[in-house]
Design a protein around this ligand. Structure first.
Ligand SMILES: Cc1cc2nc3c(=O)[nH]c(=O)nc-3n(C[C@H](O)[C@H](O)[C@H](O)COP(=O)(O)OP(=O)(O)OC[C@H]3O[C@@H](n4cnc5c(N)ncnc54)[C@H](O)[C@@H]3O)c2cc1C
Length: 380
């Protein structure tokens, strides 16, 4: 088995996070190798289906806010460098069914006070967003900075720019194992072995497979998206100014993106609320009609004019930890190995920041970003 010249860093898995890590490593001058078992932008992991939503506000840990703000900067910089459109700021409307305790309203008002979004009543929504339907005592929020990222294009662009900065990329190359010692890390594939000073593992829903005995509390969840031709393109196309949407309503938590470039209105339901546990090797890719019908019902009730004929349906996977926070850290048993995994149902937007952090950890051993809450050791 051939062994190529040593690299500074090998990145395994060139999905959302790994492609960004490879880019940041190469841009900083490291001799970087990226290994991917499919082609960048493929449809078998967590990052396909055209686009992903991005926003600065967070209903989870506040630690995500600076990471999201940095992500906006880095996506824009990558657009400038590559000449590709990656980020489109369409705004985002959330339709909210209040809870009895009033905590959802209080949370929305707190985010408004911090300048992230506006809280809107039914009359304001009717005037500004006539495609949205509120009932009874519902309210809405609107985050103007939010938008979407072209997700497959983002991965392909990170890989292309990494190559331009000198990275080596091997696609259709599955990593089967790694071993570390005082001299470096040896990474094994069916086609050959590679040696590096550091290894970055960004294998998405396959993350549990290459941890060399480390147990991390992952749950991989099968998730479904439907795409609908809008009946009212004047109300539900991005080209006509339609925003992303979130529904926090009696029927459940839904998210989606208005039709753009004829793709159709995309909708999904929160994977933690409704997705089914699976693994990356055994996921059921077929989709039941009832799964699509459920999403159509939500659109028809709250976003009239959004759901015409069905255009497409896809399955995807989200990887959650028990506390829903990501893992971005050294491997607790091996300081040469960095982990970037467990990116849940909201990780795509953070990809360039996570890539920057992983490059910092691999090359400097430390990062200026605050990532303590993402430590792998928090589960021990
Ligand atoms: C339906 C859906 C909607 C979502 N919506 C949003 C959203 O609106 N906004 C948002 O920010 N996030 C969203 N997310 C979450 C986001 O997409 C994920 O957090 C993110 O894509 C995870 O990226 P990743 O790099 O960890 O995984 P992936 O992109 O899947 O990358 C992992 C890569 O590793 C490769 N790999 C694995 N094992 C090996 C091996 N042994 N050898 C070589 N290569 C290997 C795989 O082929 C793959 O390319 C959504 C997720 C889903 C499923």
């Amino acid at each position: 088995m051939a062994t190529e010249q040593p690299f500074d860093v090998v990145v395994v898995g060139l999905g959302a996070i790994g492609s960004a890590a490879l880019y940041h490593l190469a841009a900083r001058g490291a001799r970087a190798l990226g290994l991917e078992m499919f082609e960048p932008g493929h449809g078998f992991g967590s990052s396909h289906g055209h686009h992903r939503m991005i926003r600065k506000s967070s209903n989870q840990d506040d630690g995500y806010v600076p990471l999201a703000e940095r992500a906006f900067e880095l996506w824009s910089a990558l657009e400038t460098e590559s000449g590709q459109e990656l980020l489109r700021q369409t705004g985002e409307i959330r339709l909210v069914q209040p809870d009895a305790a009033g905590s959802k309203r209080a949370q929305a008002e707190a985010l408004q006070a911090r300048g992230f979004l506006e809280v809107l009543d039914a009359a304001e929504v009717a005037e500004r967003f006539p495609g949205c339907q509120l009932y009874d005592d519902m309210f809405a929020t609107y985050e103007a900075d939010a938008g979407f990222l072209w997700s497959e294009r983002g991965i392909i662009t990170h890989v292309a720019q990494a190559r331009r900065h000198g990275a080596t990329v091997r696609t259709n190359t599955e990593v089967t194992g790694w071993q570390a010692d005082g001299d470096g890390v040896r990474v094994t594939t069916a086609q050959g072995a590679y040696v590096a000073d550091r290894l970055v593992l960004t294998t998405g829903p396959w993350a549990a497979e290459l941890l060399n005995g480390l147990e991390l509390p992952f749950r991989v969840i099968r998730s479904v998206n439907g795409y609908f031709q809008p009946e009212r393109p004047d109300r539900w196309t991005t080209e006509q100014g339609a925003p992303n949407f979130l529904l926090d309503v009696a029927e459940g938590s839904y998210y989606g993106i208005a039709s753009v470039d004829g793709i159709g209105v995309k909708i999904g339901r929160s994977a933690t609320e409704w997705g089914t546990p699976t693994t990356a090797r055994t996921i059921r890719r077929s989709i039941d009609d009832e799964e699509i019908a459920m999403m159509r019902r939500a659109l028809e009730r709250y976003l009239p004019g959004a759901a015409g004929s069905e255009l497409a349906r896809i399955t995807c996977m989200c990887t959650y930890t028990v506390d829903d926070n990501f893992i971005v850290d050294r491997h607790p048993a091996c300081e040469r190995v960095l982990l970037g995994c467990g990116f849940s149902g909201r990780g795509y937007k953070f990809a360039p920041t996570m890539g920057e952090v992983l490059a910092d950890l691999a090359l400097d051993g430390t990062t200026r970003h605050t990532i303590d809450f993402l430590a792998a050791t928090r589960f021990q």
